[in-house]
Design a protein around this ligand. Structure first.
Ligand code: MSP
Length: 504
């Protein structure tokens, strides 16, 4: 099976924060999981460089836009690595390969008769990079960015979005899972049913962007330029291979709810207009909020959770992101919970379980894992099937919960079986063998199931249990433990750290 996963490409007018890292983490978890299932998965992320706001920041800093984006690109290129994500390719919309493809793409739409010239006048929010209706404003300001939109009047090239209402509704009828979760599908569908207005696909008077091939005085509207990245990257990510054959249209786009219309309405319409198939699915997630407001630079409330990766490691931040916010919903985040989850859940529930298990094997069985049968086979097997289903439905938080149920079950099992007492009773050695085998087998399955969430920690667990190697998903099942020897008490997986008193 082939699987193509993208993140939105991020505006570079600012430095990365946890709100951006959030989608990257989620996407990376799903990609890693799919690869464990043996799927051929391609993972794209990158940056959106041609925005007006990017151009303005460059101006303020006395730089050309290109010099500015070249300067900041490195910080964005490092973002996936900071949260343990491994994209297959990192796209910049100033790449020559991208710009050329955008021109071909809009030319195709033009040749297909879906573009016409007109004059547009309206209120434009530079934060959203979008024209706004009066009705969308609160006290004359864009509620998402808290800034007043600007009046713009220009001759532009228009995309005939209105002509795509029927084809889009057909798409939504045929594919009820085109947009997930359900309430987002309904929101997008209602928007389409409400009637679609043509939109301006070009901008005049801005030198920064991809020139319209048939009118060099205008540049392609930044949102069209940006959306096309999902296709353009496939044409030049590998030097001699056009990956569109492999990965289009099996594309899945996780996005934040603020960019739903662009992905659920404009993007499939643009694709149809250019003669491409729409992607397979858009998954819309919520916001991480601080005091009820989206974390973001324009609102000045950036929380440096990302900086905490240096203190707690990237696995902890991945775990925290998947765990704290039910994926798909909005949630208030609290930076204090990073330390709490690190100590209680990762350190106590998981880390101590490994320490105890390995210490008992070292002490009672001279470091040997013997062959045996898992007494909690049903609990272990359930994780294999359930997590798979949950991750197919983007329930990242629920899947992690399912894995944690097994972690807690194993902890209870230690208390129930009291292996330290079993060890004293030399007449019943098989009971202790069963306890130890069950713990190793359960922890081994937990590690494989967690590998997508905790890519650094999972191999350490397997190694400590003498089970290093194979992360394939079929190993998230009972009785796959191999006999091993030389097991030593494992070093703490999540050693105590000095919690930073305040966010930097
Ligand atoms: N450049 C456009 C996307 C173009 S995709 C073809 C853009 N960039 S952005 O940098 O402003 O936002 C990128 C993504 O980050 C969006 O999905 C947005 O929802 C997400 N987030 C930014 N802040 C966020 C939170 N505080 N919480 C969760 N996600 C948020 O839009």
């Amino acid at each position: 099976m082939r699987f193509y996963l993208t993140t939105p490409i991020y505006y570079v007018n600012d430095r990365p924060h946890i709100g951006h890292a959030y989608t990257t983490i989620a996407a990376d978890i799903v990609v890693r999981h799919r690869r464990q299932r043996g799927e051929d998965a391609f993972f794209l992320t990158g940056v959106d460089e041609h925005a007006t706001k990017v151009f303005r920041v460059a101006e303020q800093q006395g730089l050309t836009a290109q010099a500015y984006v070249d300067g900041i690109a490195g910080a964005w290129r490092d973002l996936p690595g900071r949260v343990g994500a491994e994209p297959s390719f990192f796209i910049r919309t100033s790449d020559e390969g991208h710009k050329g493809f955008v021109q071909d793409f809009v030319q195709r739409i033009y040749d297909n008769g879906h573009i016409y010239e007109d004059v547009y006048a309206g209120l434009y929010c530079v934060g959203c990079e979008e024209f706004k209706n009066e009705s969308e404003l609160v006290d004359g300001k864009c509620p998402d960015h808290d800034i007043a939109p600007e009046w713009i009047e220009e001759r532009n090239w228009f995309f005939r979005l209105s002509a795509f209402q029927e084809p889009l509704l057909r798409l939504y009828d045929e594919r009820p899972d085109f947009v997930r979760p359900d309430f987002r599908y309904n929101e997008a569908r209602r928007f389409i049913e409400g009637g679609l207005q043509d939109f301006s696909l070009s901008r005049a008077g801005q030198p920064w962007g991809v020139p319209i091939p048939w009118d060099q005085d205008q540049v392609v509207y930044v949102w069209v330029d940006a959306l096309v990245n999902y296709l353009s990257a496939l044409t030049y990510a590998h030097e001699r291979e056009d990956l569109r054959d492999r990965y289009w249209p099996v594309a899945h786009h996780p996005i934040g709810k603020d960019i739903l219309r662009f992905h659920c309405v404009f993007w499939p319409a643009l694709l149809l207009a250019a003669g491409y198939e729409p992607p397979q699915q858009v998954f819309v997630h919520g916001f991480l909020n601080l005091s009820g407001r989206k974390i973001g630079k324009s609102l000045g409330n950036v929380v440096d959770v990302l900086g905490l990766t240096e203190v707690y490691g990237s696995d902890t931040i991945r775990y925290w992101a998947a765990r704290s916010v039910s994926f798909g919903q909005d949630a208030d985040v609290d930076i204090e919970t990073v330390n709490e989850r690190y100590e209680r859940e990762l350190g106590n529930d998981l880390g101590n379980l490994l320490s105890r298990t390995t210490a008992m094997i070292a002490r009672y069985r001279d470091g040997q894992v013997l062959d045996g049968r898992c007494a909690l086979a049903a609990d272990v097997d359930r994780v294999g099937t359930r997590v798979r289903e949950q991750l197919d439905g983007w329930d990242l938080t629920g899947a992690l919960d399912t894995i944690w149920e097994l972690v807690r079950r194993l902890n209870r099992y230690v208390e129930e079986r009291k292996p330290w007492e079993q060890a004293k009773d030399e007449t019943r050695p098989s009971e202790l063998d069963e306890t130890l085998y069950t713990l190793v087998d359960g922890l081994r399955a937990v590690a494989v199931a967690l590998a997508a969430y905790l890519p650094e920690t999972a191999p350490l667990i397997l190694q400590a249990l003498g089970q290093a190697g194979d992360l394939s998903w079929e190993n998230v099942a009972a009785d796959r433990t191999r006999p091993a020897e030389g097991i030593e008490p494992a070093a703490p997986l999540f050693p105590r750290v000095e919690a930073p008193t305040r966010a930097a």
